[in-house]
Design a protein. Sequence first.
Length: 159
Amino acid sequence: MVSLIEELEAREAVARARVEELKADIAELTSRLMGEREAWSRLRIARETVAEVLTDLGGPGTRVPVTVGSGPQGVVGPGTRVVGAIMVPHWREGLSVEVLPDVYRDIVEVVTDAGKPMQAKQIVPRIGLPAVTAKIEGTRGKLKRLVERGWLTEAEPGQ
C-alpha cells in the first residue's frame, strides 16, 4: 500500500510536469505570435507605402500601372478601387479636392462654401442624403477622416 504522502508527491510531480509543459507551450506560442505580429506590421507598412506612392504618382485623370503578384500588369485609372489603398490621401501643398472620392469632395465643398463650422447633421441634406441617423453617423466618420488627413479642421468637437 502507498502512503498518503507518497501519493501526494506523485500527484505533485504530475502537476509540475503539466505546468512545465504549459510553460513551454506558452513560450512557443509567444514566439509565434511575435513573428506573426512582425509579418503583419511589415505588410501593413508596405500597403500604406504603396498607397502613398500611388497617390503621389496619381492625380485626377492619371493612370498608374500596378503589378499584382507575379501576374500581368494592370492599369489603375480614376474611379478604380485598389483594395488596401488610402482613398482619402493626406493633404499636402498642391493637392486639389479632385483626388478625393466623390462623397468626400462633396463634403469638403459644402463646408468650404458655408464658410463657418458645420455639424454632420447640417451637411447630410446638403450632399443629397436623407437626414437619418445612419447617414449622419457615416458622414461624421468621413468628417473625422478628413480632419485626420488634413483636409478640414475641427474648430471645436463636432464642428
